[in-house]
Design a protein around this ligand. Structure first.
Ligand code: HEM
Ligand code: HEM
Length: 200
């Protein structure tokens, strides 16, 4: 199906930006945990929220993938060269894979540690029986790929901003809510009668 207008579906847009907010929060919680003493309630709480928000991202990515199957990505105007399309496509699928693999590794880590897997007051089932050396390895892989996420997301955001500010195409506007997706001149003019985009 075609997305309405030349934008992503409203739900896809909402989930895209909600995922960004959740990632900022869960990264901040885990990076700043060192500020609280080891074993303190605050530190354990920060870890629990990191895990809960991570599993939330994990659930949301499947909703995004369903929407992505139902609605085609809207074309970019003016169309970028094919190599850029291919690079963007590869980057998007790397990001989706990241959003599935990293939380899954976190879930496996807690399972192998024999710890509860917290999700908004519920405990998810363990995927493995306790195994300390395996838990260590899984945590290392989780942390490494989790850290790689900074570069992946940074590159993705930089490419989007390059399209917006230098190539001046509609790449970013397609991913913004309707009220923000019109060019600035049209939004400004919307309040002034007689100018293009203004109400009659
Ligand atoms: C997209 C989601 C996630 C991202 C990007 C992410 C990222 C990270 C990063 C970067 C670290 C290491 C921080 C450092 O090096 O100091 C970390 C640690 C950790 N994460 Fe995640 N994580 C996510 C989801 C989860 C989930 C869903 C769980 C568990 C259900 C989890 C469990 C853990 C654990 C147990 C640690 C080690 C904390 C410690 O013992 O100090 N993470 N995560
Ligand atoms: C400031 C940060 C961000 C900006 C400016 C941004 C911008 C955009 C834009 C403009 C698109 C549409 C690109 C296109 O069609 O070629 C897009 C798509 C996408 N973004 Fe982001 N993004 C940001 C953060 C993130 C984060 C944190 C994630 C997840 C880790 C993410 C995952 C995705 C994915 C998977 C798509 C592909 C959507 C699809 O076609 O299925 N983005 N982003």
């Amino acid at each position: 199906m075609k997305s309405p207008g030349n934008r992503y579906h409203g739900l896809s847009i909402g989930l895209h930006w909600l995922t960004l907010v959740l990632l900022v929060m869960l990264y901040a919680l885990i990076e700043l945990r060192g500020l609280a003493p080891k074993g303190s309630v605050l530190r354990e709480g920060m870890k629990t929220w990191h895990e809960t928000l991570g599993l939330t991202v994990f659930c949301l990515v499947f909703a995004r993938l369903v929407l992505r199957r139902l609605f085609d990505a809207p074309p970019i105007t003016p169309a970028p060269p094919p190599w850029q399309d291919k690079a963007a496509h590869a980057m998007h699928w790397m990001l989706y894979t990241f959003l599935i693999i990293v939380p899954l590794l976190g879930w496996l880590t807690l399972s192998a540690k024999g710890k509860p897997v917290p999700f908004w007051g519920l405990d998810w089932p363990a995927l493995l029986s306790p195994d300390k050396p395996l838990a260590r390895t899984l945590q290392d892989v989780h942390e490494t790929i989790g850290t790689l996420g900074y570069y992946l997301i940074g590159l993705h955001a930089a490419a989007a901003l390059y399209h917006h500010y230098f190539l001046r195409d509609d790449t970013v506007r397609r991913m913004l809510p309707r009220c923000l997706s019109r060019p600035r001149q049209l939004r400004r003019a919307a309040g002034r009668p007689g100018l293009p985009g203004s109400p009659e």
